[in-house]
Design a protein. Structure first.
Length: 202
C-alpha cells in the first residue's frame, strides 16, 4: 500500500514537472526578447556587459528549442517568440557594425537581400501550407553559429572577411529554404535539400 502511495506521489510530481516544463521554452524566449532589447544600447563588441547579455540570449535560444522538442510543446506562439528573439539578438550586431563603420554598404545590401529572400521562403510556405514556416537545415544551423561568434571573430580577423562568410552562408540557406518549401509535400523540418529530395523520391 505504501509502495502504491509512493508511486502515485512520484507520478504526480513528474506530471507537475512536465506541465511546468511546457511553459519553460516560452519563458526563455520572452526573457531573451527582454534582455536583447538592452543590446541596442551598446556601441562596442568589446563591452563586457554586452557580451554577457549576448551570451545569455544565445544560450536561451539554444535551450528553448531543445526543451520544446523534448516535451513536445512546440506552438505557433513559441515559433513567433523564437523568431522575434532571434531578430532582437542579432540586429544589434548590425547596428554596431554600421555605427563603427565596420561594414560596407554593398554588404549591408547583400545581407538585407538575404533577409528579404527568407521572407519569400516563409510566404511560399504560407501559400502552400497555410502557415509561415522556415525549415531548420544544417546550413541554417551553421549560419546561427557563424553569426553568434561574430563579436569574437572580429577581434581576430578582418570584419569584412567574416561578414562575407555570413552573407554567403545566408544566401545558400535562404535559397535552400525556398527550394524546400516549394517541393516539400508538407511543412516539416528537413536537414537539407538532399533529405527532401530523398523524401520526394520515396
Amino acid at each position: 500500500m505504501l509502495d502504491m502511495e509512493k508511486m502515485f506521489k512520484k507520478k504526480g510530481r513528474k506530471d507537475k514537472m512536465e506541465k511546468f516544463m511546457r511553459y519553460v521554452p516560452n519563458i526563455l524566449s520572452i526573457s531573451r526578447i527582454i534582455c536583447a532589447s538592452f543590446l541596442f544600447t551598446f556601441n562596442d563588441f568589446h563591452d563586457k556587459t554586452f557580451l554577457i547579455i549576448y551570451i545569455f540570449c544565445a544560450a536561451t535560444d539554444f535551450f528553448d528549442g531543445k526543451i520544446a522538442r523534448k516535451y513536445h510543446c512546440e506552438s505557433k506562439l513559441g515559433a513567433a517568440l523564437d523568431s522575434i528573439g532571434d531578430g532582437m539578438t542579432y540586429l544589434p550586431l548590425l547596428k554596431i557594425l554600421i555605427q563603427q563603420n565596420m561594414i560596407e554598404k554593398w554588404l549591408v545590401i547583400w545581407i538585407l537581400a538575404d533577409l528579404a529572400l527568407a521572407f519569400v521562403g516563409a510566404f511560399i510556405a504560407l501559400g502552400r501550407f497555410k502557415k509561415f514556416f522556415i525549415p531548420h537545415t544544417y546550413i541554417g544551423k551553421l549560419l546561427g553559429v557563424v553569426v553568434f561568434v561574430l563579436p569574437v571573430m572580429v577581434q581576430f580577423m578582418p570584419v569584412k572577411a567574416w561578414l562575407i562568410v555570413i552573407a554567403l552562408d545566408a544566401t545558400i540557406n535562404v535559397l535552400e529554404i525556398i527550394y524546400i518549401n516549394i517541393v516539400s509535400k508538407e511543412a516539416q523540418d528537413v536537414l537539407s535539400i538532399f533529405h527532401v529530395n530523398k523524401q520526394i523520391s520515396e
